[in-house]
Write a protein that binds this ligand. Sequence first.
Ligand code: TA6
Length: 296
Amino acid sequence: MAHIDEAALPEGVTLGRGHGDLPVLRIETPAARAEVYLLGATVTEWTPAGADPVIWVSEQALFRTGTGIRGGIPLCAPWFGPGLSKDKKPTHGWFRTAEWALADAESGADGVTLRFTLDGADADVPDGEPADIRGEYVVTVGTTLTTSLTVTAGADGLELEDAMHTYFAVSDVREVTVTGLDGARYFDKAPGGRAVNAQSGDVTFTRETDRVYQSTGPVGILDPGKKRRITLTKDGSASTVVWNPWTAKAADMADFGDDEWPSMLCVETANALAGHVTLEAGASHTTTATLSLEAL
Ligand code: TA6
């Protein structure tokens, strides 16, 4: 683990050991509570003051070096899923399984801002993949949560796919509605799904749902059980991914409890499939998401 000068951390920020004895930054301020593991720079908690936790993590999540955390906000890059070539490993890229370094931390008007960096030269990059790709990830924790992922291509340029693969805590996904995607085209990845579809009205959930929407706009997650709307606004993101595994896929995942699927919903800020980004050598792309809450 890169050295972190704990004395330089702002008030309300501490470095400790979390699940699996992994290094974790804990933020506790009047505005909110949060946790970020250095493994994948994975935000595993964001709880605004007075609210229920917004981010979901499986009870079965593995907190193990080199393994993605089942929940939180995993960072998918330099590819999404199996990648555009459909044969990439690990699934969703090596950003989420790498240990990131905390570059700096500060307090400001919007809250506590943490900046993480990742250099491919220091990561376990699969053979044959360029190791000169770099990442920077800025997390601002306050009454809103802003996450901003910048990927910089190496000498060969990059066909970038990325995602902030956010797992939201919901009361019961069968009662949840996602607004803001009406009319958007989407690729349906669920079994039997078609490649080209258009969303009609709000998104509701009655079965396994795994869709990559071509959409740049904000979405709302309406949760009557928790009497709240989570609003996701984004920048630099051409794709919005919506995923709930439902019963069969939940049962197939060892790090996901069979009965956990009603309590979570992924709405991901991405650039995937047709929404991927072409970067020339040395060029960068930044994807930003901001989460806010309001009572229903
Ligand atoms: O974002 C949705 C998705 O691509 C689903 O297809 C499902 O595989 C999910 O990601 C989780 O992927 P993981 O590699 O974390 O098991």
